[in-house]
Design a protein. Structure first.
Lengths: 96, 163
C-alpha cells in the first residue's frame, strides 16, 4: 500500500481511502468515497505513542450513519488507519 | 475577546488611515486582519507566559487527567466540570494546531507534549482522574504523573468509568 502526503497531515492511499491525521487531538478522520468516519485514537504523551484499539466501534457520519459496517470491513478500516498513521511518522501501536 | 479587540483596533486603524474614502469592505478587511492578529498575539502571549511560568498554566483551576479511556471521554468530562486538559492550554492547543496543519510531525508533537505534560502536572494543585477499563501499570499516569502528584501533595479525585 502506497501513501501520498497532502496538506494538513492528510494521507492519501492508492487503495482509495484518505486519512486525516488528527491523532494528537485524539481522533483521525477516515474517508472512503463519500463516506466519512471519525475514529478515536488514544495518545500517551509521556511515552510518545499513539494507540489504536482493535475493539474500536466505527460508524459512518451522516448521511450514511444508518449503514451497518460488517466486522470484516471494520477490521479493514482499522488496518488502513494503522498503516496510514505508521506512514505519517510517529509511533503507533494496535492494542486489543 | 481577543478577536473582538483586534477587530475594533483594525477598524479604528482603517478609519484613521483611509482618509475620506472609507468602504464597508475596507472596514471588514481591516477588522478581519485585526481579529486574526489579536488571536495570534494573545495566543503567543499565552504560550510565552506558560513557558516562563508553568505554574500559571492552570490558573488555580483543576486539571483533568485520564488513564485507560479515550481522550474524547476525558474531554467531555473536563468540559462538563470546567477542568483543563493539557491539550486545552495555550501551548497544548498551539502544538495540536501545528501538527494538524502539518508544520510539525507527530513524533515532534509528542516530544513537545511530553515536556508540556510534565509542567502541566507539576503545576496542578488539584487533579481529577478518569479511570477506565484499559488502565494498567504501564500507563503514563502511573509511571510519570502519579509520582509527581504525590510528591507535590496535590489533591487527587478519581472517578471510574464503566463502558
Amino acid at each position: 500500500m502506497e501513501f501520498r502526503r497532502g496538506f494538513f497531515n492528510t494521507l492519501k492511499s492508492d487503495a482509495g481511502f484518505v486519512v486525516k491525521d488528527r491523532s494528537i487531538r485524539g481522533f483521525v478522520e477516515y474517508r472512503e468515497g463519500h463516506r466519512r468516519a471519525i475514529v478515536p485514537v488514544d495518545n500517551d504523551f509521556m511515552q510518545g505513542r499513539a494507540y489504536l484499539s482493535r475493539a474500536t466501534v466505527i460508524k459512518w457520519n451522516p448521511p450514511h450513519e444508518t449503514e451497518a459496517i460488517p466486522e470484516g470491513k471494520r477490521q479493514e478500516i482499522l488496518q488502513n488507519i494503522f498503516e496510514a498513521l505508521r506512514f505519517s511518522g510517529g509511533p503507533i501501536e494496535m492494542v486489543s | 475577546m481577543l478577536c473582538a479587540t483586534g477587530a475594533i483596533a483594525g477598524g479604528y486603524a482603517y478609519h484613521q488611515l483611509s482618509g475620506r474614502k472609507v468602504t464597508i469592505g475596507g472596514y471588514a478587511a481591516f477588522a478581519a486582519a485585526g481579529c486574526l492578529g489579536g488571536v495570534t498575539l494573545g495566543w503567543g502571549i499565552g504560550v510565552a507566559v506558560e513557558t516562563l511560568f508553568p505554574g500559571l498554566m492552570l490558573g488555580g483551576g483543576e486539571a483533568q487527567l485520564w488513564v485507560g479511556v479515550g481522550a474524547s471521554l476525558a474531554r467531555t468530562e473536563a468540559a462538563a466540570y470546567g477542568r483543563a486538559l493539557v491539550n486545552s492550554t495555550f501551548s497544548g492547543s498551539a502544538i495540536g494546531l501545528a501538527q494538524t496543519i502539518g508544520l510539525i510531525s507527530r513524533a515532534r508533537a509528542y516530544e513537545w507534549f511530553k515536556s508540556l505534560s510534565s509542567n502541566f502536572v507539576s503545576g496542578a494543585g488539584s487533579v481529577s482522574v478518569l479511570f477506565g477499563p484499559e488502565a494498567d501499570a504501564t500507563k503514563a499516569f502511573f509511571t510519570h504523573e502519579l509520582p509527581t502528584l504525590l510528591q507535590d501533595g496535590a489533591n487527587i479525585a478519581i472517578r471510574y468509568f464503566r463502558p
